[in-house]
Ligand binder design. Structure first.
Ligand SMILES: [Zn+2]
Length: 46
């Protein structure tokens, strides 16, 4: 059975708390731009 729930994103989004850098990835320990701390965010609504 394949999970294809449209409400479940296939990838997580991580956002840098320092500079706002965003990347769609499963894991992002630190920001590649400023080496700041990142946080996992929900699906961005833009
Ligand atoms: Zn950053």
């Amino acid at each position: 059975m394949v999970f294809s729930d449209p409400y479940t994103p296939t990838r997580s989004y991580y956002e840098c708390r320092e500079c706002g850098y965003r990347e769609a990835t499963d894991s992002l320990a630190s920001c590649p731009e400023c080496d700041g701390r990142t946080r996992n965010i929900a699906v961005p609504r833009e």
